[in-house]
Design a protein around this ligand. Structure first.
Ligand SMILES: Nc1nc2c(c(=O)[nH]1)N[C@H]1C(S)=C(S)[C@@H](COP(=O)(O)OP(=O)(O)OC[C@H]3O[C@@H](n4cnc5c(=O)[nH]c(N)nc54)[C@H](O)[C@@H]3O)O[C@H]1N2
Ligand SMILES: Nc1nc2c(c(=O)[nH]1)N[C@H]1C(S)=C(S)[C@@H](COP(=O)(O)OP(=O)(O)OC[C@H]3O[C@@H](n4cnc5c(=O)[nH]c(N)nc54)[C@H](O)[C@@H]3O)O[C@H]1N2
Ligand SMILES: [Mo]
Length: 706
């Protein structure tokens, strides 16, 4: 082998090999990490990737998903060029068209819909991706529609709502502040957000004490729990309220704090004192002595941080459960202090970086007064009041009933129909629309029912601004040219806005112009940030004191009794106190003895993506349900056996993974597989009446051996 061949084989970046390292960012998962990536590029092609050293989030590491980034970019089913539907909706026949034709078809379709049904008859919708959201939302408002919908209708917004209802502000965990005790309620961050998981490991290494409360024996519980508590799925509010009663009875609460800052303590106290440990054991299956141990640990710790995850909100009683858990922090006076729940000051894209931006102004300034109510307003009034979006879980209902007005068109980026309960009905309902636009990287099920399909590119092929905690801002440059005829989403949105001739010069101006508007008060120039190719750290002021904020609750205090929810007590039967409610829903479940949890995070997949990539797929080739060994015995199932998961809604065929990760009586199946769609097992009415969230993690089910 010649020396050049050796260098090439080792992928050494240098003049001789023509391999260059370009810094970019992985956008596969949540805004929190979005890790720095070094892309090794030769002849315009990525040949290798690595985590960027010293990047503020990943510090050089990449997770299983990020490490598959190259396969993601070069996935076979990338949409290559704009297309229009030529067959019946749903039969999948598309024809290649030019960008010009695509844009004029979209302008025509949306204008026609606007004339017939008003601007509100078009909904603007996105799935998981976050990076273009401010643009899509502004586009929706500039078009004149109130109907901006996102995947947050099932994601972190229930948690955000809960914090805002109680603490008057969105809060996050200050684990770096070293609380005496950390209680990770459904925390499986080792899998779902590894930088956060690493934070937990570092907390432990510095002597921190951690309790993990999870129905599953999760990797985080195994690695980090000093005490592991394993309740039955969806019974956590009972557990939390029982602990609250013990704290109050033993005077392990901060009465001074409560007197000064809290509204509704007496009502709350009366409620929780009804909860007994005996009943708690029956309902939650947590032994009484464990409940006492946990209560005592919380009671005797000076600073505690008791933090619920998104997992606990994926139940039809999820919002109140989250509230019940947050309330424990309040009882201890552990809010707004070092090592407790601290307020988030959002900078951009749901991230607090320590400096402000004009994101909200950018999003909202073209919004008209007096628009009709957004989707979900009547059915989910608390959501509608708290979250500046429609509730996407009400979309099918409104399409079908046209109540309070018809929705006839959909303009969507990154939409995955498999995220919705009763996905088949979701698709069938969308098929009845007049006009659908789908923008995605891959030819998804949603694209297959659209009238016009547009090819988006990945984060490796575009520029975007990203802010991180600690005052970091990054403005990436493309590592490679957009593949085929793809474009980045924001360019697409501004081109569509131009084709529609919208009265919004800023939006039509494209990404860079808008970013400069959003970050116009930054002490550094955005062009300079971009030229650095790596995050730049800005000097930031110390964060504002929580106790100096004007709390956004009706009483201006921390509310254990929610005055916001109380407004809907009569009309919607909602409860202002965090009572435990049964999360199984109504009905006769005699034929469905098991609880099925759909969609805990697995390291090698993110929702519907990555299942199609060979590296991550090789780690779990088949859709498998985790079943406890005793349950497996009962059904005569061995590792790898085929079985059906059957619910009142549907049935899917999967393989048995016999493991004590699953609690007795509980099954765990991962979502996003097109050959075994978890959400085809869910009814689309199985929703939390407060947040509108689906009860993904608590579905009554039976097992049939195949
Ligand atoms: N059963 C069950 N269902 C769930 C959950 C669960 O726990 N269990 N979790 C819920 C939660 S929390 C969430 S967040 C949702 C997940 O939300 P989904 O929207 O279902 O997430 P994905 O399957 O990742 O789909 C995202 C789509 O965006 C496309 N995409 C990715 N990047 C880009 C981009 O830059 N531009 C464009 N235009 N498209 C892009 C992808 O190709 C994909 O088609 O699922 C929810 N559904
Ligand atoms: N690898 C990977 N990482 C991801 C994602 C992914 O798809 N793959 N998705 C991203 C997204 S969109 C989100 S929203 C986050 C979600 O992040 P997480 O909230 O961490 O994700 P989950 O796995 O849904 O839930 C966490 C834990 O809650 C537990 N849990 C569920 N129900 C209950 C309950 O009733 N009681 C108790 N005590 N525990 C319960 C589950 O067993 C699980 O271990 O993850 C993000 N990170
Ligand atoms: Mo999510």
């Amino acid at each position: 082998m010649s020396s050049i061949e050796k260098l090439l084989k080792a992928k050494i970046p240098c003049k001789e090999t023509g391999i260059e390292i370009r810094h970019t960012m992985c956008d596969i998962c949540t805004p929190g990490p979005q890790c720095g990536v070094d892309a090794y590029v030769k002849d315009g092609k990525i040949i290798k990737i690595e985590g960027t050293e010293n990047y503020p989030t990943n510090r050089g590491a990449l997770c299983t998903k990020g490490a598959s980034g190259r396969q993601f970019v070069y996935r076979e089913d990338r949409i290559r060029y704009p297309m229009k539907r030529v067959g019946e909706r749903g039969d999948g026949r598309y024809e290649r068209i030019s960008w010009e034709e695509a844009l004029s078809l979209i302008a025509e379709g949306l204008k026609e819909s606007k004339e017939k049904w008003g601007p509100e008859g078009t909904a603007f919708i996105t799935g998981y991706p976050k990076w273009y959201r401010p643009w899509l939302q502004r586009f929706c408002y500039s078009f004149g529609s109130p109907n901006y919908l996102t995947e947050s209708s099932a994601c972190h917004s229930a948690g955000a709502m809960s914090y805002r209802l109680i603490c008057g502000w969105e809060m996050s965990e200050d684990l770096k502040g070293m609380p005496d005790l950390y209680v990770g309620w459904g925390n499986n961050s080792m899998v779902s957000t590894f930088p956060r998981g690493r934070g937990l490991v570092e907390y432990k290494e510095k002597g921190g004490k951690a309790v993990i409360i999870d129905t599953r024996l999760s990797p985080t519980a195994i690695q980090c729990a000093d005490l592991f508590i394993r309740p039955k799925a969806g019974t956590d509010a009972y557990l939390a309220n029982t602990i609250a009663a013990i704290l109050i009875k033993n005077d392990w609460i901060d009465q001074g704090f409560i007197d000064q800052y809290v509204f509704g303590f007496e009502e709350y106290k009366k409620m929780v004192l009804e909860y007994t440990v005996e009943e708690a054991e029956k309902i939650t299956h947590v032994p009484q002595d464990q409940i006492y141990t946990l209560a005592e640990m919380i009671g005797k710790a000076k600073t505690v941080l008791i933090a619920p995850s998104t997992g606990v909100t994926h139940h039809i009683n999820g919002l109140l459960t989250h509230n019940a858990i947050v309330a424990l922090n309040v009882l201890k006076g552990c809010v707004g202090k070092k090592g407790t729940l601290m307020p988030i000051f959002e900078t951009f894209l749901e991230m607090g970086a320590g400096f402000p931006s004009h994101e909200h102004e950018f999003i909202n300034e073209t919004r008209r007064e007096g628009m009709p109510p957004k989707i979900g307003t009547d059915r989910f009034p608390v959501w509608s009041e708290m979250i500046n979006q429609g509730q996407a879980m009400d979309l099918t209902r409104q399409i079908i009933t046209a109540d309070p007005y018809p929705i006839r068109s959909l303009y969507g980026h990154g939409v995955n129909v498999m995220m919705y309960p009763d996905s088949d009905k979701f698709v069938e309902t969308l098929k009845t629309l007049d006009f659908i636009v789908a923008v995605d990287i891959f030819m998804t099920d949603f694209c297959q029912i659209a009238d016009v399909v547009l090819p988006a590119c990945t984060s490796y092929e575009r520029s975007e601004v990203k802010c991180y905690g600690g005052g970091f801002i990054n403005y990436t440059s493309p590592a490679i040219e957009p593949l085929y005829e793809s474009k980045d989403d924001v360019t697409i949105i501004s081109e569509v806005a131009r084709a529609l001739d919208l009265d919004d010069e800023l939006l039509k101006g494209g990404y860079d112009q808008c970013a400069k508007y959003i970050f116009r008060d930054l002490p550094v120039d955005l062009d300079e940030v971009k030229a650095k190719h790596l995050p730049v750290q800005i000097q930031i002021d110390p964060p504002k004191n929580y106790f100096d904020l004007k709390l956004e609750t009706p009483s201006g205090k921390i509310e254990l009794y929610s005055n916001t929810i109380a407004k809907y007590e009569q009309s919607h039967g909602l409860d202002p106190l965090p009572e435990y409610q049964n999360g199984d829903g109504e009905g006769d479940f005699a034929d469905y003895p098991m609880t099925l949890m759909l969609g805990s995070r697995q390291a090698n997949a993110i929702h519907s993506r990555l299942h199609a990539l060979s590296w991550p797929r090789s780690l779990r080739p088949d859709p498998m349900v985790q079943i406890n060994p005793d349950d497996a015995d009962k059904y005569g199932l061995k590792q790898g056996d085929d079985l059906y998961l059957v619910t009142v809604q549907g049935r899917i065929k999967v393989k048995a993974d016999v493991t004590n990760v699953s609690n007795m009586g509980e099954l765990n199946f991962f979502h996003g597989y097109s050959e075994a769609n978890a959400n085809s097992l869910l009814q689309d009415t199985f929703l939390d009446p407060y947040s509108g969230f689906p009860g993904y993690k608590q579905v009554r089910c039976r097992v049939e051996k195949a």
